[in-house]
Ligand binder design. Structure first.
Ligand code: B12
Length: 148
């Protein structure tokens, strides 16, 4: 079963290599990827997630402005009634001295998982498979309860 996932680099960020590698790794693992490319606005992520009926939105940011670029992002997803798994990864803060602090910041903003720039794509893919399987199991359980 293919699972549509949205991938893009948020804000004015133009670093393209990381998401190109992620796109290839995700596709090789059987995911249906919509790659929005670089310099993607929050609205473009939300519109793409809506039109693809996506299960996950993967945000990349390398240039150090992720926190500003992601302000209000989860509110926009909620306003569009989108219940999607969200990941963010890359060089998320200037310097990235304390990644645990950075992780906490983005988790508090609503991201389900936060990855640093050392992340092997396979690690994120394993996490995504686990998270999405869990979501579909929950949905199946709910529909069984409803139909019972
Ligand atoms: C190449 C490069 C550029 C190129 C980009 C060309 C292009 N079109 O892609 C150019 C020269 C244009 C550039 C410009 C700038 N850059 Co630059 N750039 C780099 C550099 C050297 C390599 C990036 C790269 O391609 N890495 C290879 C890929 C494979 O790795 P990656 O991008 O990290 O992606 C992996 C992981 O991060 C992770 N990942 C990434 N996203 C996500 C998302 C999810 C969901 C997950 C799970 C994982 C994940 O998985 C990826 C695959 O393994 C890095 C330094 C470095 N060594 O990383 C600086 C770097 C990212 N750049 C930096 C900066 C500051 C800039 C500029 C702002 C400089 C300036 N003042 O103009 C501009 C920004 C321009 C813009 N609008 O984006 C800084 C960012 C600093 C920070 N965050 O603290 C860095 C870290 C350099 C540094 N040490 O200062 N840059």
């Amino acid at each position: 079963m293919t699972k549509p996932v949205i991938l893009g680099v948020i804000g004015s960020d133009a670093h393209v290599v990381g998401i190109t590698i992620l796109e290839q790794a995700l596709e090789a693992s059987g995911f249906d990827v919509v790659n929005l490319g670089v310099q993607t606005s929050q609205d473009e992520f939300v519109e793409a997630a809506e039109s693809a009926d996506a299960e996950a939105v993967l945000v990349s940011s390398l240039y150090g402005h992720a926190e500003q670029d992601c302000q209000g992002f989860h509110q926009r997803l909620a306003d569009a009634d989108l219940d999607v798994t969200t990941y963010i990864g890359g060089n998320l803060a200037v310097g990235q001295d304390d990644f645990e602090e950075t992780r906490r910041t983005f988790r508090e903003m609503g991201f389900d998982r936060v990855f640093d720039s050392e992340t092997d794509p396979e690690e994120a893919i394993e996490a995504l498979k686990a998270d999405l399987d869990m979501r579909s199991t929950e949905a199946e359980r709910e529909s069984q309860t409803l139909s019972a």
